[in-house]
Design a protein around this ligand. Sequence first.
Ligand code: DMJ
Length: 492
Amino acid sequence: MVDPLLHRRNLLRVFAGAAAGLGLGALAGRGALAAPSSPTAPPPPGGDVMVGDVPSVPAPPADWRAVAADVRAEFRWAWRHYAERALGRDQIKPVSGGHEDFFAQGHPVGLTAVEALDTLWLMGLDTELEQAVEWIEGNLRFDIDAPFQVFETNIRMLGGLLSGYHCTGRERLLDLAVDLADRLLPAFTRSPSGVPYRYVNLATGQVGQPETNLAETGTYIAEFGTLSRWTGRSRYYEVAKRAFEVTFTRRSSLDLLPYAVHAETGEWLNRVATVGPPADSYYEYLWDGHALFGDPDLRYWYDVLTAAILRHQAERVDGRLWFAQVDAFTGQVTDRGQSELASFYAGLLAESGLVAEGRAYHDSWNVVQDRYGVLPEGIDYTTLGATWRGNQLRPEFVDSALFLWLSTGDEIYRWRAWVHYAHMKRTSRARYGYTVLDDVTTTPPRQGDSCPGYWWSEQTKYYWLMFGDVRRFDYRDHYLSTEGNLLRGAVH
Ligand code: DMJ
């Protein structure tokens, strides 16, 4: 049996060593920044991409509540288009006014309505909330003969229903959540190793696609654990924790995890460690599982892996902190690309007490925001050139801004969220809502025609919480899932 205290002490030493190696020691004592970051650095030497002119963003009004009111008005406007043109479908197409299915063609499950529930409630949009709940109560069924992706179904649908129940107390939402979780369970219970299959047929329980990854292995404990707590049935928590344990115990001698794993054998399918996709929320849910349920195993696993990430993956380029892809068994750097999705890690670091590192990583991403206006999906962090020029209407940068703001109280993060919001409004607003961008480097950026479910659950909520003084939210004691679903902290 591991002595958790002994390991905590060792880990603190490891953290200190890693921080010193990175030159982070000085950052730890740095005071709050007084003003928003300076504009962009010079263009990348390699010139990987032609960057369009990024219009500057006006200073926000003196009163943040005016910004909050604007966010709420935009959300309501977008909701009305969805309700009018696509209610019950998964996603509206904001340019054409059509709609699309997300999980399985021909089998919509009202994804947008489910994702929007707690945001509508937090914004006090009670008429719109009633419209969403009524549709769900009257129409949503999960007896669907089609394979559903377990990870996405969990974070979006199960998490959305649970947060909707937490906010509204409507019992049918909890009943639907239990029904859905029971239909997802075969992905875990039919796996010989306990690592879940990627897909499960909701009607038959048939499982598929054993070649999986860390995020799709370890992003369940918040929703499944909450369900265990609310129903008294421990099974959900147990299967979610078991999947973590299988992967953690197979870590390399460097305490790193490759991201690709086989569900049936638990064996690694590659050697590459990353904090970006498809690993990202695995690390987030280790921390969150401990924060929600106080499980010391989860905390220990988080600490061990985080110390190794800081030691082997963190590196500085031009003074900026980034996280390389490395060979999990040798520590050798394999790639210096950085997915926009990895920017969530700044908030996770801060939440878990590594505030200086979280600040430094967010500073790095802020330089990218200054350069492009809207973050491209991928960059090469040695040049800051875009390796993938689209933006899927992503929330991660502002997600981190929220957690850094909550951790430090530093106004710089509200400024950065304001800049993020202003650029999103400038570039993604379409006739019937907000849309993804196909290319952030053209002037103006080229729009696609899709509004992902998380837009309704993540950045719109994060803006609202940062700019508004939200009476329905407990700023001191709350939990927001990887999909932004509120599972603790609703004030009634
Ligand atoms: C969201 O669905 C979740 O945050 C997930 O963990 C990864 N990122 C997407 C949005 O970009």
